[in-house]
Design a protein around this ligand. Structure first.
Ligand SMILES: Cc1cc2nc3c(=O)[nH]c(=O)nc-3n(C[C@H](O)[C@H](O)[C@H](O)COP(=O)(O)O)c2cc1C
Length: 336
């Protein structure tokens, strides 16, 4: 079998989104196998003490690796949590043989390069119901449910719980310090969230019911505020994104990995269809608001991810978040 170019696969896979762009992963590769580990040194002890959101991020990286393999003409299979003695050994990706690359494989691989989190308001154009059905079916392949928040009482409860969680977070100095330590102003940063990719105006002034995580709460300075809107101008149109809750029956590392894999596929399919997305996970950060969300929405199982989706405004992409060089996250073992 042709020797696998694991560096190329890992370069593509690590374009995966991760909570605060922590990139909490490391890999080893040998022969036809890629091993994925949770990186101990990149934890978020305040926001994510169980590492649930970081394991979800690693699930996304697994799926992006499979997409990159398929586009390169290689079939692969995944074993999750292959070593019961090592819960941080999250997955093994094994090459199983050649694969006839399809147009769909190529378009998902292109979507890896195109996708990035879009926090700006979306165009006032609804996402087609058939597309949402396709994304729902895709999530279902991983045993993950995908629930668009459509009923107004569900929307009111979800918006309220996000606001509650955001308020609790902003009042917590440890949360603010941790968030600030992942905010980046240097355009060459290889991790963390670039300031240019987050809204810096007053979140309450945004024409949307959906509160984007306030990344600059600990560091907002007067010069970051946009000038106040012209009082004579018509009010901006209120954003009506499609908001989707994804979740799983269980709430353990296997379920988090599967949720991440489903999210990875959903994000790539959505990107290929011209959509953009941004996670809104504040309400899921805290056990209290996460449990309340489950009960207010009568969910069966556990919410794992809340995302807003929609069509992005035209215009240059601008700054995208950085990634650590492949040599920092991948160790090639002999024969790899
Ligand atoms: C599990 C998870 C949770 C996230 N939560 C949020 C969030 O609450 N708010 C937000 O604006 N972005 C959130 N993000 C997006 C990350 O900040 C983003 O993926 C990362 O900064 C890398 O940027 P990129 O997606 O543009 O590549 C989340 C991403 C993941 C994977």
């Amino acid at each position: 079998m042709q020797e696998q170019d694991w560096e190329a696969v890992v370069a593509a896979a690590t374009r995966a989104p991760s909570i605060h762009n922590t990139q909490p992963w490391r890999f080893t590769a040998s022969d036809g196998r890629l091993e994925l580990y949770l990186d101990e040194g990149r934890a978020l002890p305040v926001l994510d003490p169980t590492r649930r959101q970081q394991v979800i991020s690693c699930g996304i990286v697994v799926e992006f690796a499979l997409v990159a393999l398929a586009a390169a003409g290689t079939a692969g299979e995944v074993e999750l949590l292959p070593d019961p003695a090592d819960p941080d050994h999250l997955a093994t990706v094994r090459v199983t043989g050649p694969h006839d690359t399809t147009d769909a494989d190529r378009s998902l691989a292109e979507a890896i390069q195109q996708r990035h989190t879009v926090r700006a308001p979306f165009l006032p154009r609804p996402v087609a119901a058939e597309l949402l059905d396709q994304l729902q079916a895709q999530a279902g392949v991983f045993g993950v449910w995908f629930k668009p928040i459509t009923r107004s009482e569900e929307e009111v409860a979800t918006v309220f719980l996000i606001s509650r969680a955001e308020e609790m977070e902003q009042g917590d100095p440890a949360y603010r310090a941790e968030l600030q330590s992942w905010l980046r102003t240097d355009p060459g940063s290889v991790d963390g969230v670039p300031l240019e990719t987050v809204p810096t105006d007053d979140p309450a002034a945004r024409p949307s019911d959906w509160l984007i995580r306030d990344f600059v709460v600990g560091s907002r300075e007067p010069h970051l505020f946009r000038p106040p809107a012209d009082p004579a101008a018509p009010p901006p149109e209120v954003e009506r994104p499609t908001v989707v809750l994804m979740g799983s029956e269980a709430d353990d590392r296997a379920a988090w990995l599967q949720s991440g894999r489903a999210l990875g596929r959903v994000l790539l399919q959505a990107t290929a269809a011209g959509l953009a997305a941004s996670p809104l996970t504040q309400a899921l950060d805290w056990p209290a608001t996460r449990t309340q969300l489950s009960s207010r929405l009568s969910l069966v199982g556990h919410p794992q991810m809340l995302i807003r989706m929609g069509y992005p405004a035209e215009g240059p992409v601008g700054v995208v978040s950085g990634r650590r060089p492949v040599g920092e996250v991948l160790r090639l073992e002999s024969g790899g």
